[in-house]
Design a binder for this molecule. Structure first.
Ligand code: FES
Ligand code: FES
Length: 189
């Protein structure tokens, strides 16, 4: 039987560095205290420093309206608004929301009533499985709000498609979604 070497060959690839977490499984995870505004309310959340905003929303605050799809910025299912602008919450480090304003689909209703976009999505059949819908709504709401603030009078299908280009839908073919956004713009949900 051949003798086994008792040390790695110098030609063997170097072992990858071992993270402190693996070296010390009992080591506590570092947490951070986050203070931010969520859907109009002040929130204070203690969460692992490496978590994303998506993880804070779904697993700490139990706001599961924001969906977890690809988890890498491709699908838009996790879209929320940060300081009024749509972002992929799976790409936002939780620490980056400190002192800022976050809005999720749970905060979209107006005066206890569904937002006009929610009504028009329902009326047009723009939500089928519904997995993309919260993200679509948050991107569309930001577009309509920005246009109204600018005083725009009309809306083009192309600008809606551009605003929703980061939100993928595998069910609807997008036509009904575009129509629903136009309806909401015309305030005919
Ligand atoms: S889950 Fe964030 S972009 Fe897909
Ligand atoms: S309605 Fe199913 S992914 Fe869009």
């Amino acid at each position: 039987m051949a003798n086994l070497p008792d040390s790695p060959s110098p030609l063997a690839p170097a072992a990858p560095p071992v993270s402190p977490a693996i070296q010390s499984p009992d080591r506590p995870v570092q947490t951070s205290l986050l203070r931010f505004e969520l859907n109009g309310e002040a929130k204070t959340v203690a969460a692992p420093a490496h978590w994303t905003l998506l993880e804070i929303l779904r697993y700490e605050l139990r706001l599961t309206g924001t969906k977890q799809g690809c988890d890498k910025g491709d699908c838009g299912a996790c879209t929320v608004q940060l300081d009024g602008k749509p972002v992929n919450s799976c790409l936002v480090l939780a620490l980056d929301v400190q002192g800022r304003t976050v809005k999720t689909v749970e905060g979209l209703a107006v005066g206890g009533q569904p937002h006009p976009l929610q009504k028009s999505f329902d009326k047009r059949g723009a939500a089928q499985c519904g997995f993309c819908t919260p993200g679509m709504l948050m991107s569309a709401e930001a577009l309509l709000r920005q246009k109204r603030a600018r005083g725009d009078e009309g809306i083009e299908t192309l600008e809606i498609a551009e605003a929703l280009s980061g939100n993928l839908c595998r069910c609807t073919g997008y036509t009904k979604i575009l129509s629903a956004v136009v309806d909401a713009w015309r305030d005919k949900p």
